[in-house]
Design a protein around this ligand. Structure first.
Ligand SMILES: [Zn+2]
Length: 604
C-alpha cells in the first residue's frame, strides 16, 4: 500500500503526464469521408428508410452492433448490445369490415376501400343505429358556432362533412384551417356528444378534384379514438340525402352562406349497420447500447436515434409520396453516423478516461421518443451514475456554421464546457437553456439528468423522400463532432460532475407553441407509457399544473366534463378552454383518484 505522501506525489505526476499529453497532442479528429460513408449506408435503399418494425431498421441495427464489436466496446444492452421493446407500428384492416344502409326493408352494401373505408384510429366493433347529419361536426364556442347545439345525437350514427365552415380561418386570424377541421377533433367531439359512430364525407370538391377515400393508415391519430369512424364517398351519402328530400351540395352551401348549422335527422326508416375490424400491428425493435469503460462507473451518454419513417406511412410531410422510401439522411443518419464516429475516436481511450462512456442508438423515436423512454424506464446502467446525456438529432445540414444547442441550462457548467470546446473551433451557436424538445434527450431531462442537444435546424426536406445523403454537409458535421467529442471528454475527465438544474421552460415540447394549442397547463406527457389517460413524465416548475399540486407520475383522466383517454383528448380539451379558466381535473396517483383545480395561464 502506498503512503499518503507517495500517493499524492504519484497522483500529481499522473496529472502532469496527462496535462503533457493533452497539450502535445490534440484529440484525433472526426473524418468527413468515413462519416459520410456511414450516412450513405444508413440512408441507402437497403435500409428502407429505417421504419420501426421494418427489415431495414434491423439491417441498420446490425450495422451499428457490428461496428461496436469491431471497436471492442462492451455490450450494454439487456441481450448483448440490444435492448428490445415492443412498439405499435400501425394498424391493419381485417377481413370483415362492413357498411350497409338499410331503408324500409331494402339493403345497400357498400364495398370496403371502394365506397367506404374505416380510419386507422377508429374503434373496432359493430353498430346499428339511425343516421343524423351534423354539418361539419364542429363545436366552436370562439366562433359562436355549434353543429350539435340543441341537437341530440346520443346513440346515433353521425354524418359530417370534412373540413370546416367557410370563414373559420378568417375569423381565427390565421392562415389555413383551424383545428376544427381535423378528423380527430371531429371524432372526439362526436364521442363527447354521445354518438355511436361517425361518418365523414368529402362534400364539395375543388375543380377537377376526385372524390377520393383516404388511404387507410395515412392519417395519424391515437391507437383508438374511442368511437367508430369511417369515410364514405359523396355518392353514397347523396342517396341518403335524397331520402330526406335534400342534397348534400345544397345543405353544405346553406351552412357556408348562412354561417349557421343545418343539422337534421334522416327519416326514421333509414338505418346504418357498421362493422369495423382493425388490428393494431406491433413489432419488437431494439435500442443498441455500447460501453467504453473508464476508471469509474459514472458515465457520459452519447446518443442518437437511428429509426426513421420507412416509407412514410405516417408523419410524412410529403403525403403524395407516401410509399416511397424516406431515407432520413439528416433525420437521423447524420446523428447515428456521428455516434459511430465518436465511438471510433473515443474507443482508443479504453480504460483511460476518468468516467465511462455509454453510446446509445435509439429505435422508436419517430413514434414518440419510445426508445429513450424505454431506456430511462428500464435503465441498463444505474441512472444515478449518468453525469450527462448528449443527443444528436439532425446535425447534417449545417449552413454558414450555424448550429443550435439545447439544454445548456440543465447542467451547471455546460456554458463553460461548450465555450472551451469551441475555443479553436467556433460555430455560430443559438443556445437554448431548456432541455425539453421533440427528441430523445427529453426522456433524460425528465429523470433529472443534465442534457445537451446538438441540432443543425429544420429544412424543406425534413420528413420527405428528399432527405438524401448527398445533401449532407459532412465537413461541417464532423467539425461539430470535434466539438461534441471535446465536450464529452471534458465531462468524462472533469473532477466533479455537472449539477442538474431545472429550467423554467419557454416552449411546449414538440416546438409548436402558439394559440393553436390553447392555454398553458404545464405538464410533460410520458410518450412511452400506454395507459388509459395521459401520464405526466414531469410537471414544469411554477406552471398551473404545479401550482395545483400535480406531480410527475400522475395520470390525467378527466378535464372538466371531458374524459381524457389519450393525449389527443387532452389537447382537444385544452384548446376548448380559455386563459383564466379554473378547471377541475382528476388524476390517478398510485391507483387513487385525486381532484385538483388548475387555473390555466397564458403560454409564454
Ligand atoms: Zn424525425
Amino acid at each position: 500500500m502506498l503512503t499518503r505522501t507517495k500517493l499524492q506525489r504519484f497522483s500529481i505526476s499522473i496529472v502532469a503526464l496527462a496535462l503533457l499529453a493533452a497539450s502535445s497532442t490534440t484529440p484525433p479528429q472526426a473524418d468527413p469521408t468515413r462519416y459520410l460513408a456511414d450516412v450513405k449506408t444508413l440512408a441507402s435503399p437497403e435500409m428502407e428508410g429505417r421504419g420501426d418494425g421494418s427489415k431495414g431498421l434491423t439491417r441498420a441495427e446490425h450495422m451499428i452492433e457490428k461496428r461496436y464489436k469491431e471497436l471492442h466496446l462492451d455490450p450494454a444492452g439487456v441481450d448483448g448490445y440490444s435492448q428490445p421493446f415492443s412498439v405499435i407500428t400501425g394498424a391493419r384492416l381485417k377481413d370483415d369490415n362492413r357498411c350497409s344502409a338499410l331503408e324500409s326493408g331494402s339493403r345497400k352494401d357498400l364495398k370496403v376501400e371502394q365506397d367506404f373505408v374505416p380510419f386507422s384510429f377508429s374503434s373496432s366493433g359493430q353498430v346499428d343505429a339511425p343516421l343524423v347529419f351534423a354539418g361539419y361536426g364542429a363545436t366552436a364556442d370562439e366562433f359562436h358556432y355549434d353543429d350539435y347545439a340543441g341537437f341530440d345525437v346520443k346513440d346515433k350514427i353521425v354524418l359530417v362533412l370534412r373540413y370546416e365552415p367557410a370563414g373559420f380561418a378568417a375569423k381565427s386570424g390565421n392562415h389555413g384551417l383551424t383545428h376544427h377541421s381535423q378528423l380527430i377533433t371531429k371524432a372526439i367531439n362526436a364521442r363527447n356528444h354521445g354518438a355511436k359512430a361517425l361518418i365523414v364525407v368529402n362534400g364539395k370538391l375543388g375543380d377537377g378534384e376526385e372524390d377520393l377515400l383516404t388511404r387507410f393508415g395515412s392519417v395519424s391519430g391515437p391507437e383508438n379514438v374511442g368511437i367508430g369512424m369511417v369515410q364514405v364517398k359523396n355518392l353514397m351519402a347523396d342517396a341518403w340525402f335524397q331520402s330526406a328530400g335534400k342534397t348534400l351540395k345544397d345543405v353544405q352551401e346553406q351552412i357556408n352562406s348562412s354561417g349557421s348549422p343545418a343539422s337534421f335527422s334522416f327519416p326514421a326508416n333509414l338505418h346504418l349497420a357498421l362493422k369495423i375490424e382493425i388490428e393494431t400491428t406491433r413489432a419488437t425493435v431494439n435500442n443498441v447500447l455500447a460501453w467504453l469503460p473508464g476508471q469509474s462507473d459514472e458515465y457520459v451518454i452519447i446518443g442518437a436515434h437511428y429509426d426513421h419513417l420507412g416509407r412514410g406511412n405516417f408523419d410524412s410531410l410529403a403525403p403524395s409520396q407516401i410509399g416511397q422510401i424516406h431515407p432520413g439522411a439528416d433525420d437521423n443518419a447524420s446523428g447515428t453516423a456521428g455516434v459511430l464516429e465518436l465511438a471510433r475516436l473515443l474507443a482508443r481511450q479504453r480504460g483511460q478516461l476518468k468516467r465511462s462512456i455509454l453510446f446509445m442508438n435509439f429505435a422508436g423515436e419517430e413514434l414518440g421518443l419510445l426508445g429513450s423512454a424505454e431506456w430511462v424506464k428500464e435503465p441498463t446502467k444505474p441512472l444515478a451514475k449518468a453525469v450527462a446525456m448528449i443527443n444528436m438529432d439532425m446535425i447534417g445540414r449545417i449552413r454558414d456554421d450555424k448550429v443550435y444547442i439545447g439544454g445548456v441550462g440543465t447542467g451547471s457548467n455546460f456554458k463553460t464546457v461548450l465555450e472551451q470546446a469551441q475555443k479553436d473551433n467556433p460555430f455560430t451557436v443559438e443556445y437554448s437553456a431548456g432541455g425539453y424538445s421533440s427528441s430523445d434527450h427529453t426522456s433524460f431531462v425528465s429523470k433529472q439528468i443534465p442534457v445537451l442537444f446538438f441540432f443543425s435546424g429544420l429544412h424543406s426536406d425534413y420528413h420527405k423522400p428528399s432527405d438524401t445523403w448527398d445533401k449532407i454537409n459532412a465537413s461541417s458535421a464532423t467539425r461539430l463532432l470535434d466539438v461534441v467529442e471535446n465536450v464529452a471528454l471534458q465531462l468524462a475527465d472533469a473532477q466533479g460532475r455537472p449539477t442538474f438544474q431545472v429550467v423554467a421552460e419557454e416552449k411546449p415540447p414538440g416546438g409548436g407553441g402558439g394559440g393553436g394549442y390553447g392555454p398553458y397547463f404545464g405538464s410533460i406527457p410520458d410518450f412511452g407509457q400506454e395507459v388509459n389517460g395521459v401520464k405526466f413524465s414531469d410537471v414544469r416548475p411554477n406552471s398551473p399544473a404545479a401550482k395545483a399540486g400535480l406531480k410527475a407520475g400522475d395520470i390525467l383522466v378527466q378535464f372538466g366534463d371531458k374524459p381524457i383517454k389519450n393525449l389527443y383528448d387532452f389537447t382537444d380539451a385544452l384548446r376548448r378552454s380559455k386563459v383564466g379558466d379554473v378547471v377541475e381535473v382528476k388524476v390517478m396517483r398510485d391507483g387513487q383518484p385525486i381532484s385538483a383545480n388548475v387555473k390555466l395561464e397564458h403560454r409564454k
